[in-house]
Write a protein that binds this ligand. Structure first.
Ligand code: 4NP
Length: 151
């Protein structure tokens, strides 16, 4: 299975989602290919936000080696599932879909834990550490369900 996590900047939410899912897949002994990307181009080549690195680290997950990149259309070919963080990411990715097959790969990540609710992972960029802790918890629960659905 190949999974892509997508947010706006690819420096806060989706790098954490990538690190959390990789950690859980390793714990479960599952072979899942995981990457992340941003719909925006501002942070290409950058490390995750230091608060995202710090928060993941508290839970024993190293995301410091990850580098931001932008979502591109051939990601629809490379990945089986594309999990987005909020409605804006959803709209931006869906606008690039070439077919029904592409569109079906895209899902709001919190729908894995709360199906059909379309709850967003709040953007923690302009807040403090508490926002990052909240994002970590939300993503951890959703990633448990991604692992369960892949078993
Ligand atoms: P992310 O957070 O989408 O979770 O990576 C953001 C990071 C940077 C910006 C916006 C959101 N920005 O506007 O630079």
């Amino acid at each position: 299975m190949k999974v892509l996590m997508v947010c706006l900047g690819n420096i806060c939410r989706s790098p954490m989602a990538e690190g959390i899912l990789r950690h859980k897949a390793e714990e479960a002994g599952m072979d899942i290919e995981i990457d992340s990307a941003g719909t925006g181009a501002w942070h290409i080549g950058e490390k995750p936000d230091s608060r995202a690195i710090f928060t993941a680290n508290k839970f024993g997950i190293d995301i410091s080696y990850q580098r931001a990149r932008q979502f591109r259309i051939d990601d629809f070919d490379k990945f089986d599932w594309i999990y987005v963080m909020d409605r804006s990411n959803y709209a931006d990715v869906l606008a690039q879909a070439r077919s029904e097959e592409d569109s079906k790969k895209v899902e709001m990540i919190l729908n894995m834990a709360q199906p059909g609710k379309d709850m967003p992972v709040p953007d923690p960029y302009y807040g403090g550490d508490e926002g990052f802790n909240n994002v970590f918890k939300l993503l951890s629960t959703a990633c448990d369900e991604i692992i369960n659905s892949a078993k």
